[in-house]
Design a protein around this ligand. Structure first.
Ligand SMILES: C[S@@+](CC[C@H](N)C(=O)[O-])C[C@H]1O[C@@H](n2cnc3c(N)ncnc32)[C@H](O)[C@@H]1O
Length: 283
C-alpha cells in the first residue's frame, strides 16, 4: 500500500526530530515540496494523496543529508533574505536574519539624508544578498560588490541575474585595499574568533571557513576594512555600516575612533538586544 503525503511527512519528521532538528515539521514539508516541485498550497491540497515509491526514495535521500546536518538551505539551494529568495551553495555563507538590519539602516539613512544617486560598496558580498537587496530597494543607487572568493562572486552574479539587479562585481582582498569612492560602505565580514569555530553547531562547519574566520579575536577583517576605508575615501566620506560580533564591539569602536577621529560612531542592537551594527558617519 502506498503511504500518503501526510503519513510520510510525519515519518520523516520523526527521523529529523530524533536527529535534533528543531523545526522538523517545517523541514519535512520543505523537503517533500522541493522534491515534488510543490508550493505550500499544492503541498496542503496533496496531504491525503499517495506518494510514489521513487519519489519517497528521493525524499529519503535528502532526509539523510539533513540528518548528517547539511544545512537545509544548501539542500534546497535557496534561502530568503529581505523578502527575496537567493540561490545558495557551500561556496557562500547562508544569509542570517540579523543582516537584514544592515539593509534597513542603509535604506533609512539614504531617505533621511536625501541622497539622490548613492554610490554603495558592499564589501565581502558572499551570495550578494546585501548588494542586491539595496540595488532593488534603492533603484537610483549604483552598487558595487567585492569578495575575495571567485566562487562566491559567481553565486552573487547568478543572484543578481535572477533579480535583475545591475551590480558591478570586483574580486578584491579587503585586507589589502579598498578602492574607489563611495557614499556608503557596507559589510558583513567574517567575524568569528578562530578558536570559537570548532564549537559552533555542526551545520556551520559546512559553510566556507573563509566566510566565518575573523582571526584570533574576530576583528582581523573588521579592523582592516575600517583602516582601508579611511585611506580610500577621504574625498566623499559619508557613512559606513558594518555587522559585528557583539563581543568585539569595544575593540571595533576603538579602531573606528583611531581611523575616524572626527566622525560620529555608534553601535545599534539586533532583535536579540545584542550589539550588532557599527555605523561611522560624518558629523
Ligand atoms: C560572513 S560572509 C558574508 C556574506 C554576505 N555578505 C552575507 O551577509 O551573507 C563573509 C564573506 O567575506 C569574504 N571574505 C573573506 N575574507 C575576505 C577578504 N580578505 N577580502 C574580501 N572578502 C573576503 C568571504 O568569501 C565571504 O563571502
Amino acid at each position: 500500500m502506498n503511504t500518503s503525503v501526510s503519513n510520510f511527512s510525519r515519518e520523516i519528521g520523526t527521523q529529523l526530530k530524533f536527529a535534533g532538528i528543531d523545526d522538523y515539521p517545517m523541514e519535512s514539508r520543505q523537503l517533500i515540496s522541493y522534491c515534488m516541485n510543490w508550493d505550500q498550497r499544492q503541498y496542503i491540497s496533496s496531504l491525503n494523496l499517495p506518494l510514489e515509491k521513487d519519489k519517497m526514495k528521493r525524499i529519503e535521500a535528502l532526509v539523510k543529508r539533513r540528518i548528517s546536518r547539511e544545512p537545509i538551505q544548501y539542500i534546497l539551494g535557496s534561502s530568503s533574505f529581505y523578502g527575496r529568495t537567493f540561490f545558495v551553495n557551500p561556496d557562500v555563507l547562508i544569509p542570517r536574519p540579523e543582516t537584514e538590519l544592515l539593509v534597513e539602516q542603509i535604506i533609512k539613512f539614504v531617505k533621511e539624508t536625501n541622497l539622490k544617486e548613492p554610490k554603495i560598496l558592499d564589501i565581502c558580498t558572499g551570495s550578494g544578498i546585501i548588494a542586491i537587496s539595496l540595488a532593488k530597494e534603492l533603484p537610483s543607487s549604483k552598487v558595487t560588490a567585492t569578495d575575495i572568493s571567485e566562487e562566491a562572486i559567481e553565486v552573487a552574479k547568478l543572484n543578481a541575474l535572477r533579480h535583475q539587479a545591475d551590480i558591478k562585481f570586483i574580486r578584491e582582498n579587503c585586507k589589502e585595499s579598498i578602492s574607489g569612492y563611495y557614499d556608503i560602505f557596507v559589510s558583513n565580514p567574517p567575524y568569528i574568533k578562530t578558536s570559537a569555530i570548532d564549537s559552533l553547531q555542526p551545520e556551520i562547519h559546512l559553510e566556507p571557513r573563509i566566510a566565518l574566520d575573523g582571526g584570533i579575536d574576530g576583528t582581523d577583517i573588521l579592523v582592516s576594512i575600517i583602516k582601508n576605508i579611511s585611506k580610500a575615501f577621504y574625498k566623499k566620506r559619508t557613512a559606513i555600516f558594518l555587522e559585528i560580533d557583539p563581543t568585539v564591539s569595544e575593540k571595533v569602536v576603538e579602531a573606528s575612533r583611531l581611523y575616524f577621529p572626527k566622525s560620529f560612531i555608534d553601535v545599534t542592537n539586533d532583535f536579540a538586544g545584542l550589539k550588532r551594527i557599527l555605523t561611522i558617519q560624518e558629523k
